[in-house]
Ligand binder design. Structure first.
Ligand code: HSE
Length: 442
């Protein structure tokens, strides 16, 4: 049988915001290299956008404002969804998959929250839903997990996966600034969203962690089971005390396979200063992955921005082009969204994890207060690793800072509730989890 080798892959881009425009520009600027590496020409034939950019679209044959019409158009081979959000983007992807088209998306919220349904549809239609750009911008972490590390049992992964949050914590550390001030700076520099809740409250990171954990452990996407805590309560004092104890404060997404189940959690974390992750600053992202044979591997780079994200979108397009040219039956890679037959691990509630903790306890500096705190911790069998008591500047509240040894979070919660009932405690206790990276982490 003679096989027809396509000379062109016809692309329709829905949404010409930062990522869509970056994708168009990259396909134009690196056209020769991309064609050589793809084995065929990748041509943007259609664009659907509510913000036309005629200067970018001079070589695009069809420009319009109806993404659903584009998604159903039989003359488009692959739909790139860079609209973002849930509603229209979901309909676009569903229409494209139903029409038998491959889809490339940067939409982490949609993949994390509605991916199970979309991947089931892609499987049914034997097409590919590609999403490299949805996690950590330009860092090829999806490929690393799915291809490069495919032979390993992934034991855990931990990453700085929100650039805005990392910028804020880095600035607070460098300049002793307050959270609210640095957030404003991040917005002025264009890093944070106008509504930065997704960034600073950990939702953006939880989307990315949900996707990575699904690949790493062969489990369905379970965003609703990912524990999510933001950085808005971290103070410059916490960062200083952590520094005194030998740690940096980072906003980490952590996924780990344990004997009792899978942990998926995003929260501020104390990371020893000697660790590589502790030294990733500014808007950068970095992800550490521990495989049973390979050991620990680190992936770092730009986690956001037009160029970096377009680099990942176009990598997916090149992959698709190579597969089409090779006459592959789709999908070549196992899709997300379903459980490996061999894996029935439940996702653990945060109360079920075992961790070490930093506690900042505001107290009236009175004789006997330390003994009372020790008794409460002893009642829950919590052992203290380090303690700092700051001198009282006046009769007012002073912080006692404690690092605990490993304990179940449910016990720590009981201890915190009992501590907050002591008459010497003057306010809420700050609790930050410590990540020692058991295994061979760098
Ligand atoms: N707002 C995200 C960040 C952009 O700051 O990392 C990419 O998801």
């Amino acid at each position: 049988m003679t096989q027809h080798t396509p000379t062109q892959l016809r692309i329709g881009i829905c949404g010409l915001g930062t990522v869509g425009a970056g994708t168009l520009r990259l396909l134009e600027e690196n056209k020769e290299t991309i064609t050589r590496r793809s084995g065929c020409e990748i041509v943007v034939t259609h664009v659907a956008t509510r913000t036309p950019k005629p200067e970018l679209c001079q070589n695009v044959a069809h420009s319009g404002d109806d993404p659903l019409a584009l998604a159903a158009d039989p003359s488009v081979d692959v739909v790139v969804e860079t609209i973002g959000g849930y509603d229209v983007a979901f309909d676009v992807i569903k229409t494209a998959l139903t029409s038998g088209k491959h889809v490339v998306t940067a939409n982490k919220a949609l993949i994390a929250e509605k991916g199970n349904e979309l991947f089931a549809l892609a499987r049914e239609k034997a097409v590919t839903l590609a999403f490299e750009s949805s996690v950590a911008g330009g860092i090829p972490i999806i490929k690393a997990l799915r291809e490069g590390l495919a032979a390993n049992e992934i034991e855990w992964l931990a990453g700085i996966i929100n650039g805005t949050g990392n910028f804020i914590l880095s600035e607070m550390t460098a300049n002793q600034s307050q959270f609210a001030d640095v957030l404003q700076e991040a917005q002025e520099l264009g890093y944070a969203e106008a509504d930065p809740t997704f960034d600073v409250e950990g939702i953006d990171a939880a989307h990315k962690l949900t996707i990575m954990a699904s690949i790493a452990f062969g489990i369905p996407l379970q965003f609703d089971k990912t524990y999510t805590e933001g950085i808005s309560k971290v103070t410059p004092d916490d960062i200083n005390y952590a520094n005194e104890l030998g740690y940096e404060v980072k906003h980490l997404g952590i996924a780990r396979k344990t004997e009792s189940g899978i942990e998926m959690r995003v929260h501020p974390t104390l990371v020893a200063k000697s660790r590589l992750l502790a030294n990733v600053n500014g808007v950068g992202n970095a992800i550490l992955v521990q495989g049973d044979f390979v050991g620990s591997t680190l992936y770092s780079g730009p986690g956001a921005g037009a160029e970096a994200t377009a680099s990942a979108v176009v990598a997916d397009l090149i992959d698709l082009a190579r597969q089409v040219v090779a006459g592959a039956t789709f999908p070549v890679y196992p899709a997300l969204g379903y459980r490996d037959a061999s894996n029935d691990s439940p996702v653990l509630a945060i109360e079920e994890i075992d961790a070490e903790y930093y506690l900042r306890i505001p107290v009236i500096d009175r004789v006997g207060v330390m003994a009372k705190i020790s008794n409460v911790l002893q009642d829950q069998e919590i052992s203290i690793e380090a303690i700092i008591q700051k001198e009282a500047a006046s009769n007012e509240s002073v912080p006692i800072v404690i690092l605990t040894h490993r304990v179940k979070e449910a016990k720590l919660n009981k201890a915190m509730a009992a501590l907050e009932n002591l008459e010497e405690i003057t306010g809420a206790i700050m609790r930050i989890r410590v990540e020692p990276f058991h295994g061979e982490a760098t």
